[in-house]
Design a protein around this ligand. Structure first.
Ligand SMILES: CC(C)(COP(=O)(O)OP(=O)(O)OC[C@H]1O[C@@H](n2cnc3c(N)ncnc32)[C@H](O)[C@@H]1OP(=O)(O)O)[C@@H](O)C(=O)NCCC(=O)NCCS
Length: 153
């Protein structure tokens, strides 16, 4: 579990569908001090990532574990790593889609509670087949007070 390095970024980009450009653009934002791209590795294979956005209350975005590795506590470890990175802040937030109750249960189990704030986003993304898609997502924000960050596994 580590912050993306210059040496990692080309490998991550090579695994993305053509045109997605997520790893490179997020790494550029990391270099500008806007976020940290946390990546979970099993040996030399990247198996998950999350983007910790530096705002007044740091926010973990785009948490994702590769499908075949889900349910093995990699997501929990990424959240723990983000909490350690955010240790100087009072709290950390995670936004979760209203259509994603399984992820929400995980966050609540780790101590995240609803802030009462919700937002609806419309955006475009490149799917796994490299096709540009439009989506609208209603997101609820959950927050955890820090000071007792979950340990890394
Ligand atoms: C949500 C996600 C990051 C969790 O990572 P993970 O490594 O599977 O999570 P962990 O192993 O640490 O924890 C497992 C818990 O995650 C939850 N979960 C959510 N989606 C899951 C999935 N597709 N497969 C397995 N567990 C999932 C379950 O509630 C599970 O809890 P349980 O152990 O009580 O059954 C991962 O499942 C994922 O990438 N999902 C698709 C993308 C997504 O929904 N991202 C969240 C955006 S807010």
């Amino acid at each position: 579990m580590r912050a993306c390095t210059a040496a990692d970024v080309e490998l991550l980009a090579a695994l993305e569908p053509a045109g997605k450009n997520y790893a490179r653009s997020t790494f550029r934002r990391q270099e500008h001090g806007e976020c940290v791209l946390l990546v979970a590795w099993l040996g030399t294979t990247p198996v998950g990532s999350g983007e910790l956005e530096w705002s007044a209350v740091p926010e973990l975005k785009n948490l994702r574990v590769a499908e075949r590795w889900r349910g093995r506590r990699i997501g929990t470890a990424l959240i723990g790593a983000a909490e350690q990175q955010s240790a100087a802040a009072e709290a950390m937030e995670i936004g979760v889609g209203q259509d994603n109750p399984a992820a929400r249960r995980l966050y609540e189990r780790l101590g995240y509670a609803p802030t009462g704030r919700s937002e609806t986003f419309s955006y475009h993304y490149i799917d796994n087949q490299g096709v540009r898609q439009a989506a609208t997502e209603a997101v609820d924000y959950l927050r955890k007070r820090l000071g007792s960050a979950s340990p890394l596994i």
